[in-house]
Design a binder for this molecule. Structure first.
Ligand SMILES: [Ca+2]
Ligand SMILES: [Ca+2]
Ligand SMILES: [Ca+2]
Length: 305
């Protein structure tokens, strides 16, 4: 996937600078956690940014600055691109919400900082600087474009770009899933994001089942075809997953379920003798947990001989 490629590039950039900072004892606890670069359905200019304190101690943001390109948004004083400051300490686990232009950008959630300046839809370099001017966190997207999120077009219009897990996964971002969201825009419509709340991407990462497909492998397969998998539920009991195996032909929208109610790990011999040769198939193993969260793994396309 194109998005995956971009993410990989950003990971390298991020780890390269975080390594030395950690060794020096600097605190990378506060991160850029969510970027609504596409604005909201009420207006593409209604952008906002969320910071998160991932550490165990409160952080005083006096002297800290968010930069968008050359524009500087001080987090504790009204100067340069900062229009209003209401709070500049961040409790452990807490979120700081920066709204562009005015407080109605996210109309039912109070802004902590109000700023001016745009996040280009083609990408921008956003940095978080501490009081010493050290780069604490950054997303460098000016040249490569945003790795996630949507503007008016796209599968989920105006969905935000959310950090998955700053601690475990570094600089990895996903688009808000449209299921876990909060807040309303200036016109009262739901925001496809999570202003001042845990990201859908994080919730999903922490709770959705993870499936690993061990077979089949790409290429040409004989019959019966053995599907082998293992799945876990990060926040649930090992026995709590519903495993199903489905197949689709030639990349069709529809998946045909072959079998359900299998164990978290195992193998299944699919009798594919009645299925057509000369076309491509994909096999998907999905795992559904007690909250109806679904994780799945899909094979690469293969043919039957
Ligand atoms: Ca607001
Ligand atoms: Ca924008
Ligand atoms: Ca959030």
């Amino acid at each position: 996937m194109k998005k995956g490629g971009r993410t990989t590039v950003m990971l390298v950039v991020s780890l390269g600078f975080l390594g030395p900072l950690v060794a020096l004892g600097a605190s990378p606890d506060v991160v850029l956690n969510e970027v609504a670069w596409g604005g909201t359905a009420a207006g593409g200019q209604d952008e906002w940014i969320e910071l998160r304190n991932c550490g165990a101690s409160p952080v005083d943001l006096a002297g800290w600055v968010v930069t968008i390109g050359d524009a500087r948004i001080p987090l504790s004083v009204v100067e340069e691109s900062t229009l209003e400051v209401r709070r500049s300490t961040l409790e452990p686990g807490g979120f700081l919400l920066l709204e562009r232009t005015d407080d109605t950008t996210v109309s039912d959630v109070a802004a902590d900082v109000i700023y001016k300046g745009a996040l280009s839809n083609t990408g921008a370099n956003v940095k978080l600087l501490d009081a010493m001017g050290n780069v604490v966190d950054q997303v460098l997207c000016a040249d490569v474009g945003w790795p996630a999120g949507c503007a008016s077009e796209g599968a989920l219009p105006y969905a935000t770009m959310e950090r998955v897990d700053p601690i475990e996964m570094g600089n990895v971002w996903r688009t808000n899933d449209g299921l876990v969201h909060c807040g309303v825009d200036a016109a009262g419509a739901p925001i496809q994001g999570t202003p001042r709340a845990a990201n859908s991407a994080t919730v999903d990462y922490l709770t959705a089942p993870r499936v690993q497909l061990l077979a089949p492998i790409a290429g040409e397969a004989g019959c019966p075809l053995v599907v082998q998998w293992q799945a876990i539920d990060p926040d649930g009991l090992p026995a709590g997953l519903q495993i199903a195996i489905a197949v689709r032909v030639e990349g069709a929208e529809e998946w045909t379920v072959l079998i359900e109610n299998l164990a978290n790990q195992g193998s299944f011999a699919w009798d594919c003798s009645s299925f057509a040769k000369g076309v491509t198939y994909e096999v998907r193993v999905s795992a559904t947990d007690w909250e109806d969260r679904v994780g799945a793994a899909t094979s690469t396309p293969f043919t039957l001989r």
